[in-house]
Design a protein around this ligand. Structure first.
Ligand SMILES: [Zn+2]
Length: 1002
């Protein structure tokens, strides 16, 4: 028989778009609209409803960037609509493709009850399922005129990303606000046609199923009178029914759908707007839960729940009720969906602690899994931290964004640096914003890598990023896809249920060892330097404050500031969100982040000084408080004492080769260009700097990625480089027993000052750098070519380090051309190594060179500054400071100590020595000493192995111990441990982390 598939699909597509969908609403009358445009920031809804409203003409413009306009909508149901389903339709000037990225609103009843939100894909408000003639309709609409920043031509620099620089121009044309009759049968027909049309497109051209669907579509369209859609819709649906009733194949892939809106806690909008975004989406979702039976909605981030609890309690009440019903599912057990590459181990522990505590206190539940669909790569320390916090599964999809390599598994065991394994799933649909399109559902089935033994994958369904969530069209599609021939089966399912099934289907899952490196967004380790600096500073100050607060509470009975520390932790945790710490938000967000870091740092410094004052007491000695767990200058870790001056002295001598800085340990040569041409470890005579290749060389690259400016650096950036050798001035000398070389350079529109410092008894060349940075689309690195044949780098991550090879044999290795570190990166060959330590940066790269005369050399470069122009056109402009150091002759233990010392500087004050509350034997590194979050007064001590080797030793508690227990990472009491005379024996495997809870005798 003759056939013409495009004729049928073209017909169905046109009739659906131009006839069926427009007939979903059969009659309309305009609502009466009045408005009040607020002059500034948002106000509470109860105040909004009390505003004076002026008449508003639909069709006119409203809303400057970041403005809030309250609308009042009123109308009366006409007599002839009695018994019909009536909805209000509001179009604020929506663009269908910009859900979550442009104007949106939240609708309230006159009594204050939130109804649902309005966005481009959700323009309706329920009025009455069966309307009464003459019934009045009245609502208030809090509308936000958020500007579009990611436009059809993306990544163009814009000043609209901060209310301080945005234009006052009104952005949106309010198209209409109507009462309308909703024709349910036409609406259902539209979904029938859409689902079948999308399904057939995914089937093989010759498949009988596809042919049957096409015939059913033709039959249905033959029965539809295009001038009388409402009257003939049911008949058309009857023609489609057999095709929709045909069941799925026995082996069909199962899509475990969970309603979702991945709402970024800040990004192309400020934090204050996220609070409203969460309220809007949550309102829509509780409405949808109320009108469906099996739909489930999942929302992560305790912070987002805490926001609506505080700012939109009327929304929160509905959420809380839906959580109690098991329909609104708190996911992830973290405070926010944080970056996991840059925060310290303590920060990750607190993301889990504050997240799970909130869920437990508010809802009586804990999350069984970590939910991070969108963060930019995942640290190899994470499996252990998740496991020790009590999690059983991990979910992300971001690795599907890899530029080069396709990840080989969807359900697998992920193994971390210590050997911990965590059951992990990536959705084979490759999205966290599924609309349940036929294409997506087919992709989930087609791509799934474990189909030999496992039955399905997860799909987060709904509009995300800027919010919106699941729509009724999506739940309507899910109902049709539950058991449909040719399609994967779709069912709403709690992720816990999915993972339980996955665990039984895959008793021996494939294993992936090491980091989940994202082959994209590599520049997020460097963009927005002050945000990163603020994070690094405050997360160390928090640990320092806890240490001295706990010590003072135990030793001198000081009051432990639980509430203040909780609040400060939550501020720092919020800013670890995966678009803030990575530096990918608008200017407004980063401006506020830097202000917040400054206030958090000031508050913590005050706490630390107060506690140290109480501890040091009245004595008259100059004592040094050492917050690092490792001793320095003769002061034990976590103690205060009079420092022992380093032996020997340091000299600074001009020679033909340049200035020679020398102490008892190292001899450093600084050329007259201000470059480090030699660094010799005096004990071994080993030269650390590669022959003929100076270190401390600043290098400036052109850096204009193909897209995602603040996120990405593309590999070709290395092709164009300028070595910054030009010198304005060089001054050197020994002042107060310390050798200093100060170098000034100008380049392009910028200027940099470096002070190189060598102290007596130190093998670290410290570098203090301040840069007046006025570049456009440039990348600044500092290079250290080393006379070391390193097979790999060891870069610090949470509670240990990750190894990465220095070569690029495979495409996986080649793709890691920019990678992450915490406080140090270390390279070595047998018998000799060197490290770079840093107080505020996270990115580095490594390359290797081979020369027949000098052998293999390894060049490590720290990433210092970038200058992308989207989304913040002024990224990193102005004065920037960096502290880093070159450790000559170091193993990873030396690197760990140097990194800790740089990030936890000693504090000097007058008083008496203070004994450490917790001492640890060599080989154990204490990462936290604090009082328990539950305010029981228990002491919590966390310790880890930092060197990648098995070790044992003991913790010594300088207080009377009543009992001691192992504890989870989030301080749950575990098995008892012996504590004789305050001594707890500890045995750790490589990179193992253990937490102890200690009850002190009162
Ligand atoms: Zn995100």
């Amino acid at each position: 028989m003759h056939d013409d598939i495009p004729l049928t699909t073209g017909r169905a597509t046109r009739v659906l778009g131009e006839r069926i969908r427009p007939a979903i609403y059969s009659a309309r009358i305009p609502l009466e609209v009045s408005f009040h445009e607020l002059p500034g920031e948002p106000i509470a809804p109860e105040q909004g409803r009390e505003l004076d409203f002026a008449p508003f003409e639909t069709g006119s413009v409203w809303g400057p960037a970041w403005g809030t306009t309250w609308f009042h909508l009123r109308g009366t149901v006409p007599a002839e609509w009695a018994g019909r389903t009536v909805e209000a339709l509001v179009d604020l000037g929506f663009d269908q493709n910009m859900t979550g990225f442009q104007c949106e609103g939240l609708v309230y009843l006159p009594g204050g009850e939130p109804v649902k939100s309005l966005n481009p894909r959700n323009q309706w408000v329920p009025v009455a399922e069966r309307a009464e003639a003459g019934a009045t309709f009245e609502v208030y609409l809090e509308a936000a005129s958020n500007p579009v920043l990611l436009d059809y031509v993306p990544f163009l620099p814009t000043q609209e990303g901060d209310v301080r620089t945005s234009s006052p121009k009104k952005l949106y044309t309010f198209r209409h606000a109507d009462l309308a009759v909703f024709e349910r049968e036409v609406y259902e027909l539209s979904l029938d046609v859409e689902v079948l049309l999308e399904l057939q497109a995914e089937l093989p051209e010759s498949s009988p199923r596809r042919m049957r669907i096409l015939q059913a579509l033709d039959d249905a369209l033959d029965r539809l009178d295009l001038q009388r859609i409402v009257e003939t819709a049911a008949d058309a649906r009857a023609a489609l029914a057999p095709a929709l009733e045909s069941p799925a194949e026995a082996s069909a892939h199962v899509v475990s759908a969970i309603g979702h809106a991945h709402i970024d806690s800040a990004w192309l909008w400020p934090v204050r707007e996220t609070i409203r975004k969460v309220a809007r989406t949550s309102s829509t979702m509780t409405e949808l839960l109320g009108s469906t039976d099996d739909f489930l909605y999942g929302m992560s981030s305790a912070q987002q729940y805490a926001w609506i609890k505080e700012h939109r309690p009327e929304v929160y009440a509905k959420v809380k009720a839906a959580v109690a019903d098991g329909r609104f599912v708190p996911l992830g057990g973290m405070w926010v969906e944080s970056d996991t590459v840059m925060p310290t181990g303590e920060s990750i522990a607190r993301q889990f602690l504050y997240g799970q505590r909130f869920f437990e206190e508010e809802f009586g539940i804990r999350s069984a899994g970590v939910w991070l669909p969108d963060s930019f790569g995942y640290s190899p320390a994470l499996p252990q931290l998740m496991r020790r916090a009590g999690f059983e599964w991990f979910f992300t999809q971001k690795i599907s964004w890899n530029q080069v390599n396709r990840f080989p598994h969807h359900t697998f065991a992920w193994e971390g640096i210590d050997g911990s394994r965590m059951l992990t799933h990536f959705p084979s649909m490759d999205t966290y914003n599924s609309q349940l399109s036929g294409m997506e559902v087919a992709k989930a089935s087609r791509q799934f890598r474990e189909s030999r033994v496992a039955s399905g994958s997860i799909a987060p369904v709904g509009w995300g990023d800027g919010g919106g969530g699941t729509t009724r069209e999506m739940t309507g599609k899910a109902a049709r896809l539950a058991d449909l021939e040719g399609s994967a089966r779709v069912r709403w399912e709690h992720p816990d249920v999915f993972f339980e099934r996955a665990r039984s289907e895959l008793p021996k899952p494939p294993v992936w060892v090491g980091e989940l490196y994202l082959e994209l967004h590599r520049a997020t380790l460097t963009s927005q330097h002050k945000t990163k600096q603020g994070n690094r500073l405050t997360e160390h100050l928090l640990v320092e404050a806890e240490l001295w607060c706990a010590t003072a509470a135990v030793q001198v009975g000081a009051r432990y500031p639980y509430e203040q520390l909780d609040e400060l932790w939550k501020q720092v945790l919020l800013h670890q969100f995966h678009d803030i710490l990575p530096g990918t938000s608008i200017a407004w967000v980063h401006r506020e982040a830097v202000e917040r870091y400054a206030s958090v740092a000031a508050e913590l410094t005050a706490i630390i000084e107060e506690m140290q004052g109480l501890l040091a007491g009245e004595g008259s000695e100059r004592v040094v408080f050492n917050s690092s767990p490792l001793s320095r200058d003769g002061v034990a870790g976590h103690a205060a004492d009079v420092p022992v001056p380093a032996t020997g002295e340091v000299t600074c001598t001009p020679t033909d080769a340049g200035l020679v800085l020398e102490n008892d340990l190292v001899r450093i040569t600084v050329s007259d260009e201000g470059l480090v041409t030699s660094a010799v470890d005096l004990a071994t005579g080993r030269e650390a700097v590669a022959d003929g290749q100076p270190a401390n060389l600043l290098q400036l690259h052109q850096d204009f990625p193909n897209m995602w400016d603040a996120w990405d650096v593309d590999r070709f950036y290395r092709n164009r480089v300028e070595d910054l050798r030009g010198l304005d001035s060089l001054e050197a000398g020994v002042v107060d027993g310390v050798a200093r070389v100060t170098i000034e350079r100008s380049f392009s529109a910028s200027r940099v000052t470096q002070t190189l410092v060598l102290r007596p008894g130190s093998r670290i060349l410290e570098i203090d750098q301040s840069t007046d940075w006025h570049e456009t689309e440039k990348f600044l690195k500092v290079a250290f070519p080393l006379a070391i044949q390193a097979e790999s780098t060891s870069a610090e991550t949470q509670f240990g380090f990750a190894k990465r090879v220095t070569h690029t044999n495979t495409s996986w290795e080649e793709a890691k051309f920019e990678t992450s570190m915490h406080r140090f990166v270390h390279v070595a060959e047998p018998g000799f190594g060197a490290a770079l330590v840093t107080d505020s940066t996270y990115g580095y790269d490594v390359t290797r060179d081979a020369d027949p005369d000098t052998g293999v050399t390894t060049t490590v470069r720290l990433s210092l500054l970038r200058a992308p122009r989207f989304p913040d056109p002024e990224t990193d402009q102005g004065l920037q400071t960096h502290g880093y150091g070159f450790v000559v002759g170091a193993d990873t233990a030396d690197a760990t100590a140097a990194g800790l010392a740089l990030n936890m500087p000693a504090r000097e004050r007058t008083g008496s020595p203070v004994a450490a509350l917790v001492e640890a034997s060599a080989g154990l590194v204490v990462s936290a000493v604090k009082l328990a979050a539950d305010r029981s007064g228990d002491l919590v001590v966390r310790v880890y192995e930092a060197d990648g080797r098995r070790t044992s030793g003991e913790l010594r508690i300088a207080a009377a111990v009543a009992e001691a227990h192992e504890a989870s990472l989030i301080e749950d009491v575990g098995t008892p441990v012996e504590a004789v005379d305050g001594r707890i024996a500890v045995r750790l495997s490589p990179f193992e982390v253990r937490t102890y809870r200690i009850v002190l005798a009162s």
